[in-house]
Design a protein around this ligand. Structure first.
Ligand code: TMP
Length: 245
């Protein structure tokens, strides 16, 4: 039993609590969904429990493949124990296929396969909508060192390779995703979450999104898509007694 103390931080999809161990924290996954700067809010029934299990699967896979990350273990249906890192204020986005802000920014059609993997760096600042920055901004502003950037980039590429392969086997295309990294006793760990809240997953045959875009774009059956991803990844059939809206 871990003794939970204060809330360290609360984001769109989760709350992070301190524990009595200064090196550990508890991540609690919420059903709440927020998009467009908080202008759109809703609840995806079961999302918290499903994302908790998807993250357990993803981070365990990364550990097995030798990618250092913050995950220690799942505590209960909605929470997991993680290493208490200091988050580097740079969001790393990895893209295989054009979608989202890349399509909007460049006019390239959504769904276009990129000739090579695109890595983007953004300043982690929700108020400013995580603006794109380049490597010189990051070092100039002291957000991360050149060595840390190299470590983040090579881990991001590894994560992309590992996830693309695993998802391909279950007929899911990994369109893009974002990662956050944390500092922990001189090491850099993949942190935050890897779930349908932070990745674009498309069904390989229908090209239908199986992620938070279903909520953003009112495509319907959002909870069903989250359940489907969990089920294909782990075989676990999530069930709830709650009525879906
Ligand atoms: P974008 O195309 O909107 O820039 O998103 C790229 C990836 O980053 C996509 O997989 C979703 C993820 N992402 C988040 O996890 N949180 C966010 O707030 C945003 C805007 C994107």
């Amino acid at each position: 039993m871990k003794i939970i103390t204060d809330i360290i931080t609360e984001g769109k999809g989760k709350r992070v609590y301190a524990t009595e161990n200064p090196d550990e924290a508890i991540v609690y996954y919420k059903d709440e969904a927020i998009a467009f700067h908080g202008l759109k809010r809703g609840r995806i029934i079961g999302k918290g429990e499903i994302n908790n299990r998807i993250c357990e699967y993803m981070f365990t896979l990364l550990s097995q493949q030798g990618v250092p990350n913050h995950f220690i273990g799942r505590v209960d249906e909605r929470s997991s124990l993680v290493r208490r890192v200091t988050i580097i204020p740079v969001v790393v986005k990895v893209r295989n296929i054009v979608a989202g802000s890349l399509a909007r920014r460049t006019g390239y059609p959504e769904g276009t396969r990129l000739n090579n993997t695109v890595i983007e760096y953004c300043l982690k600042d929700t108020e400013l909508d995580d603006p794109l920055v380049n490597l010189t901004h990051i070092t100039a502003m002291g957000l991360a060192t050149a060595e840390e950037i190299r470590a983040m980039e090579s881990m991001a590429v590894r994560v992309n390779d590992i996830l693309t392969e695993v998802l391909r086997e279950i007929s899911i295309e990994l369109i893009d995703f974002k990662l956050e990294f944390g500092r922990f006793h001189g090491e850099i760990l993949v942190s935050d979450e890897i779930s349908p809240d932070t990745c674009r997953f498309w069904d390989a045959s229908t090209h239908e999104p199986l992620d938070i875009d279903r909520f953003r774009r009112d495509l319907g059956d959002v909870a069903g898509a989250y359940r489907e991803v969990l089920h294909r990844l782990t075989g676990y059939a999530y069930q709830t007694n709650e009525e879906e809206p």
